[in-house]
Each structure stands twice: as C-alpha cells, then as structure tokens.
Design a binder for this molecule. Structure first.
Ligand SMILES: Nc1ncnc2c1ncn2[C@@H]1O[C@H](COP(=O)(O)OP(=O)(O)OP(=O)(O)O)[C@@H](O)[C@H]1O
Length: 258
C-alpha cells in the first residue's frame, strides 16, 4: 500500500482549511496526523474519504489515480475510517454492527441479505463468522450480543475499529480513537493498533494525545492553520521549533513531553 497525497487545497467560504497539503503513507506504518485545534486534520480525512470535494489536489493509491468522490468508492478502493464522534448503529448489536461493515465486501450486498436466497443465507453465515472473528480480534467477543449503545465508551471505539476492519481495508483511518478513553483503555488501544500494524495493515491516525502518537507512530505530519509545518519520525518532529511554537501558540504544552 502506498498513498500519495499532493497539493490538496480546501476552502470553506473565505477560510482556507487546507493549503497545499502533501504527504505519503507507505505500507505497514502507523502514520500520525497531528496539529492544534482547527489545524485541518479532520478536513483532510473528510477529503480523503470522499465527504468533502477538494478544490485542488491529486491522490495516487498503489500507483493508480484515486478519486475519493463517493463514500462507497472509498471503501472499494480499500480505505476505511472511523469518526471523531462515534457513529455506530446504536440500536444494533455489536455483532450486527460489524456485519454491516462486512456487507461492503460481499457479493450479494444488503439487498441480497433481505431477499434471502440459499446463496445469500450461506453468505450471511460466512459474514457472521467473519464478524465474530473480528470481535474476537478486538477482544469484544463476549459483547457480541450487546446493543452497541450499551457498551462502554472504550468498547464502542474498539467496535468502530472492528467494523472498519470488516471491509478489509488497505488503509485504516482513525479520527481520534483515544478521545474520551481512560488510561487503561488507552493502553489497550495502543496494543490493538500495534497488533493491527503488525498484521500488515497501514493506519492513518489523528490523535490529540501527543504522548500516545509519539510512542506509536512510525512517521507523522503536523498541520497548523491548514499547512504542513513538519513531517518526519516522531523524534525529529517533536524537536522541531515550528511544531513547539504551534502547540505553545495554541496555549498547549503537549508537545514537550517525550
Ligand atoms: N464544513 C465546514 N464548514 C465550514 N468550516 C469548516 C468545515 N469543516 C471544518 N471547517 C473549518 O476548517 C478548519 C479546520 O477544521 P478541522 O475540523 O479540519 O480541524 P481539526 O484539525 O480536525 O481540528 P480538531 O482537532 O479541533 O478536530 C476550522 O477552522 C474549521 O472551523
């Protein structure tokens, strides 16, 4: 997997949320995207996953032009994401949530599941088994029958990751997966993300917890006011004066920890 993003611009009225943003993500990395509030991180995610149309920019995924113009095309291209605000189907069980994610990858799709021919029933069984295995993978198997909205916050975040993994993405884009988690849940999350990377997936991560990002990411890009101010390995980036200034200027001292 290799994703090249070049020269992305995106404005909202008079506000330029992204200004000539370029980055390159390679296989097997956890790639961090950080920056103060309003820096443009989520906007870049939304552009990459077809929710916002960029004003300019090119995207190459595995040597092919990639045009993230619709959400289903993004999934088919092999990119899956989670959201800053959890977007599960709250009334469905944990297992059903993962099964919905899986339907993107299957032959019959949701309509087939409704019509229920024999082939569809067989496929539905396979989907269920696959979803169970994924719940196992994110250590939520015992919650398979729980309604999603009744799960703890940390578990809901892991469930979102399982649902995203169900599409068998090449690139898993996670928007603040640790938001609202307690210290123990963050340790568990870190282990899960490392396991996903070690199993050969590539992760793009927006995260406010700089300590978590610094410890986890192989490479990272820092945005400030819509511009890339630094790219590199965490050890370099955290020493970069522009990065320190951006965080201090925003009233934080998050980047000073190692
Ligand atoms: N749909 C929109 N309409 C208008 N302005 C927007 C829209 N989405 C984002 N913006 C603006 O674009 C800028 C970048 O926002 P964005 O949410 O991408 O930042 P962020 O780095 O993800 O911030 P945070 O860390 O607070 O989530 C902000 O000034 C924001 O107000």
């Amino acid at each position: 997997m290799r994703l090249s993003v070049k020269g992305v611009n995106k404005s909202f009225g008079g506000l330029q949320a992204l200004h000539d943003v370029s980055l390159e993500i390679v296989s097997g990395h956890i790639y961090g995207l950080i920056g103060p509030n309003g820096a443009g991180k989520t906007t870049l995610f939304n552009v990459l996953t077809g929710l916002y149309k960029p004003d300019a920019g090119t995207f190459i995924l595995d040597g092919e032009p990639y045009q993230p113009t619709a959400v289903h095309q993004v999934a088919r291209a092999g990119i899956a994401r989670t959201f800053q605000n959890i977007r599960l189907f709250g009334g469905m069980t944990a297992l059903e949530n993962v099964m919905v994610g899986r339907h993107v990858r299957t032959r019959q799709g949701l309509l087939g599941a409704v019509l229920r021919t024999r082939a569809e029933r067989r496929e539905e069984k396979e989907i269920k088994e696959y979803a169970r295995a994924l719940l196992d993978y994110v250590e939520l198997r015992q919650y398979a029958g729980y309604t999603a909205r009744n799960l703890s916050y940390g578990h809901q975040r892991r469930l979102e990751i399982a649902r995203a993994l169900a599409t068998e993405p090449k690139l898993l884009a996670l928007d603040e997966p640790a938001a609202g988690m307690n210290a123990t849940e963050k340790v568990d999350l870190r282990q899960l993300l490392e396991k996903i990377r070690n199993d050969g997936k590539t992760i793009l991560l927006i995260e406010h917890d700089v300590k978590l990002v610094m410890g986890l990411c192989d490479r990272m890009t820092v945005l400030d006011y819509g511009k890339v101010i630094a790219t590199g390995v965490p050890q370099e980036v955290q020493k970069d004066p522009k990065v320190i200034e951006a965080y201090l200027g925003a009233g934080g001292s998050e980047c000073q920890q190692s």
